[in-house]
Write a protein that binds this ligand. Structure first.
Ligand code: AHM
Ligand code: MG
Length: 326
């Protein structure tokens, strides 16, 4: 298309970024783009076709599943199974990872971990929600079934990660370790178009984002940090939709906090498919991510749905939090 770079064109142009590239990762990223367009369509229709609301079942973490969670999960799984580039998928919505049994997928070199629809408690009230994904090279032998070890890799091993924000406009943002690029969906042509090339975040920002209802449940260091934000007249912004809060802070500068609390001693967010992928993007944009003590990307998960405390965004702000937690 004249004057516009679509996601598909961009991915093909960038294929040479990977020394080992055979085009599989590029195809995988395009499959993700395709699946997210379908999810975007369903999200936009949610109010119209009675998709919003709970279906009455619970996922492994005892949370109510929303219809759209299940739908998004199915859309991504189907698209990626058909694509054949991943041999397995781990999802927030499924207790266990799925190892694809079809021959084509067993040849896949990658595994993908995802939160197919994050922030889904916001669907009913028309607030932005998102998809988060993380891609690893498999550890097991190509041609066999995916194994748990394929998924339990630290964020430093990611070959790509990204998110899709279904908001006032929908965006796909991803990194393969060579910077961060953002694409906005043009609904008139049904394409993600490059709108935010080489995204960078500022070293310090004015925004802090935390559910401050958890103030008294949070470590003393976090209470001190929040007090200092108020003294410095920083701006409080919290949507309760991680992708949307992260995206705003990435662009405007700021920090997102989800500490461990007395109610949730390991924090709330999931390492593998929420924290690690956004940490990769934050770092690639010049920011950082930590659990308060350790770089998020270096934490090796021991289980699929492992939670961790999470501080992500402008690097000076994350560093200030780490100092206060020591
Ligand atoms: P979910 O994966 O069940 O949607 O939960 C994750 C969400 C994040 O999007 C958001 O940042 C956080 O939970 C909000 O939690 P809280 O309501 O405790 O502030
Ligand atoms: Mg989630």
């Amino acid at each position: 298309m004249i004057g516009v770079t679509t996601l598909d064109e961009f991915i093909i142009d960038r294929q040479d970024d990977f020394p080992f590239a055979t085009g599989d990762l590029s195809r995988l990223l395009r499959d993700i783009g395709f699946a997210s367009k379908i999810v975007n369509r369903e999200v936009n229709m949610a109010g119209l076709v009675d998709l919003a609301g709970a279906i009455g079942s619970e996922n492994i973490q005892g949370e109510e599943q929303q219809k759209l969670d299940v739908l998004a999960d199915e859309v991504f799984i189907k698209a990626l199974k058909n694509g054949g580039e991943v041999c397995g998928i781990a999802s927030e919505e499924n207790d266990d990872f799925i190892a694809f049994e079809n021959e084509k997928s067993k040849q896949g070199k990658y595994v993908l971990a995802m939160d197919p629809l994050d922030g889904s408690s916001n669907i009913d009230v028309n607030v932005s929600i998102g998809t988060i994904f993380s891609i690893f090279k498999r550890k097991s032998e190509v041609g066999t079934l995916a194994t748990m070890d394929d998924f339990l890799q630290p964020g430093t091993e990611q070959v790509a990660a990204g998110y899709v924000l279904y908001g006032s406009s929908s965006m796909l943002v991803y990194t393969t370790g060579n910077g961060v690029n953002g694409f906005t969906l043009d609904p008139s042509i049904g394409e993600f178009c490059l709108s935010h090339p080489n995204m960078k975040t500022s070293e310090s920002g004015k925004i802090y984002s935390m559910n401050e209802g958890n103030y008294h449940l949070s470590p003393q260091g976090i209470q001190t940090y929040l007090d200092s934000c108020k003294k410095e007249e920083k701006t409080a912004r919290y949507i309760g939709s991680l992708v949307a809060d992260f995206h705003r802070n990435l662009i405007k500068g700021g920090v997102y906090l989800y500490p461990s609390t007395t109610k949730a001693p390991n924090g709330k967010l999931r390492l593998l498919y929420e924290c690690s992928p956004l940490a990769f993007i934050a770092e690639q944009a010049g920011g950082s991510a930590s659990d308060g003590f350790q770089r998020t990307m270096e934490i090796k998960p021991t289980e699929l749905h492992q939670r961790c405390a999470y501080y992500v965004g402008s690097k000076n702000m994350v560093a200030d939090i780490e100092v206060l937690l020591k």
